[in-house]
Design a protein around this ligand. Structure first.
Ligand SMILES: Nc1ncnc2c1ncn2[C@@H]1O[C@H](COP(=O)(O)OP(=O)(O)OP(=O)(O)O)[C@@H](O)[C@H]1O
Length: 253
């Protein structure tokens, strides 16, 4: 379970998340939509603790991500405390972010070995299973530069899954890809959604994909949720003017 309780995030004077409240249940697949700058990526980055809230509390599975109790008091969470919670969260970025000096299998096994303390043989075995899942069994020893963008993104997905996350955050994972490479990546993610019970927060402009995998859509505007619902209802009969305009623009693309 993820909960944002009255979360405020500002960059300078710019309020990006404006007293935001929402809850995501375990196993939910939630797509975040909304115009550029409405705060979607910031939500994912806060969950990854790549950013800090200015106010409010974020909860992950009943534990505060933003604060910890020390001596009976609520204080800003320490790095060590945060690391334990964040370990359960995986993220795939728009720009793959693979380690350029490591080959595919090393990219996937690095965190399981160094963060989870898995022994190398077990990590490699799991990585091979995941490479099979993402259709790249023949690329084990390739380096990122030898792969297409779509292949790199599938390695990034395998790398996130290798940590066995409870929560997977997907931030416009196909936006940097050539159009012909998008389908393979989305197919892999559809398969992940179908075969696991990982909670997923998805920022995407791929509305068909959102419809296929998510059970909820939240429409953001200026750091607030203006409408939410199941994808079929929301895409066919949006209620809010902002949602109507946004969907018209995206679906016309
Ligand atoms: N590190 C930062 N410093 C200053 N401003 C930032 C920073 N990160 C994000 N912002 C601003 O916060 C606002 C929200 O950004 P965010 O990336 O969350 O929006 P988004 O809805 O994901 O947009 P997009 O669809 O374009 O990715 C934007 O106006 C952005 O310029």
């Amino acid at each position: 379970m993820i909960r944002f309780d009255d979360v405020v995030k500002r960059f300078g004077d710019h309020v990006v998340l404006d007293h935001l409240d929402f809850q995501v249940e375990r196993g939910d697949r939630v797509t975040l939509i909304g115009p550029s700058g409405s705060g979607k990526t910031t939500i994912l980055r806060l969950l990854m603790t790549l950013e800090k809230v200015n106010d409010g509390i974020i909860w992950v599975d009943g534990a505060r991500l933003t604060h910890e109790e020390r001596g009976g008091k609520l204080v800003p969470a320490s790095e060590k405390y945060v690391r334990r919670i964040r370990r359960r969260i995986g993220m795939v970025f728009q720009q793959f972010n693979l380690f350029p000096n490591m080959n595919v299998i090393e990219n996937i096994t690095e965190a399981p070995i160094h963060v989870l303390g898995l022994d190398k043989a077990a990590a490699v075995k799991r990585a091979r299973q995941l490479l099979d899942t993402v259709g790249l069994s023949d690329k084990e020893t390739a380096h990122p530069t030898q792969l297409s963008g779509g292949q790199q993104q599938r390695v990034a997905i395998a790398r996130a899954l290798a940590m066995d996350p409870d929560i997977l955050l997907l931030d416009e994972v196909t936006s940097a890809l050539d159009p012909e490479l998008v389908a393979d990546v989305l197919d892999v993610l559809r398969n992940v959604a179908l075969t696991t019970d990982i909670t997923m927060l998805i920022v995407t402009h791929e509305m068909q994909f959102a419809r296929d995998v998510s059970n909820r859509v939240m429409m953001f505007d200026a750091g607030r949720i203006v409408e939410e619902g199941d994808p079929v209802t929301m895409f066919s009969a949006p209620k809010h003017e902002r949602t109507k305009t946004f969907l018209k623009a995206v679906l016309a693309d």
